[in-house]
Design a protein around this ligand. Structure first.
Ligand code: IPE
Ligand code: IPE
Ligand code: MG
Length: 253
């Protein structure tokens, strides 16, 4: 039944990306410290992961900490890093039991040794998970990612290790942190903000966008299903015409 339903979908959703925003405002509304909002946000992450597995989503990207978030008060940055360490240890068994493969994207050179070590362990331990790949964007910025990729490529070109004629979109993507991960089909941002804030700039070229009004800690299965239902109504054209898309012939993208 489930499979039949899936094959009827116009736009199968393989990869969901989320900008989890509004933790601070959630806390402020309740006269709580911002960190309480982040703590509550972890519950929303756990619920969302479970629901994504239920509906058969294969890749879930979560924007957890941006390159620009390093500029926040040190106390908040430290608390977020601590929360991440707690998350990795508290979710370890869940990830292993649930077939969740963790992959962290972003500039690790700015992360502390203990955070880097915990990430490396979690990635290694969950590497064979086949149910859901959870991509955690940490110390991540889309521009920074593209720059790091371009620098790496330039280095190889200078050393004569790569022929510039070989570089096309597909090849360039392999230099990004998201190498081998399909591009997001749907990007959700919570808290009513309508901007990309430097998330997955390259990868969201043809993603569908959905903006949820709720603050991230209040995001739940019902809210996720609203976004998924909305996505099902979309028609993705990838620059082509309706006639081309409606024909059985696969257009050369
Ligand atoms: C998102 O919530 C989490 C992070 C950026 C780490 P915010 O902390 O940005 O919450 P608001 O936007 O201030 O409400
Ligand atoms: C984006 O949220 C980053 C994360 C959700 C981790 P921000 O709260 O940092 O974005 P801006 O500052 O509102 O654009
Ligand atoms: Mg915010």
């Amino acid at each position: 039944m489930e499979n039949q339903h899936k094959s009827e979908r116009k736009a199968p959703l393989q990869h969901l990306a989320i900008i989890m925003d509004g933790n601070g405002r959630w806390a402020k509304k309740r006269s709580l410290p911002r960190i309480s909002g982040h703590q509550q946000g972890v519950q929303a992450v756990v619920q969302t992961v479970d629901e994504c597995i239920k509906v058969g989503i294969r890749y879930l990207s979560l924007f957890a900490f941006s390159s620009e978030n390093w500029g926040r008060p040190q106390k908040e940055v430290d608390a977020l890093m601590e929360l991440l360490l707690q998350f990795l240890s508290s979710q370890r068994q869940r990830m292993l039991d649930g077939g969740i493969r963790l992959r962290v994207i972003g500039d690790r050179s700015r992360l502390s040794e203990s955070v880097c070590a915990a990430i490396a362990v979690a990635e290694a331990e969950t590497a064979t998970g086949e149910t859901l790949t959870m991509i955690l964007a940490l110390s991540y910025g889309g521009r920074d990612e593209i720059l790091r990729a371009a620098k790496q490529l330039a280095g190889q070109a200078i050393r004569g290790e790569i022929d510039l004629q070989e570089i096309d979109n597909k090849k360039f993507s392999t230099y990004l942190d998201t190498a081998e991960i399909p591009e997001p089909d749907l990007l959700i941002r919570t808290s009513g903000e309508r901007r990309i804030s430097n998330f997955l700039l390259w990868q969201t070229a043809y993603a569908e966008f959905y903006f949820s009004e709720v603050f991230w800690p209040d995001f739940d299965a019902a809210e996720l299903h609203k976004a998924l239902a909305d996505y099902q109504q979309r028609k993705r054209r990838f620059g082509l015409t309706d006639d081309q898309l409606d024909s059985d012939i696969d257009p050369q993208l």
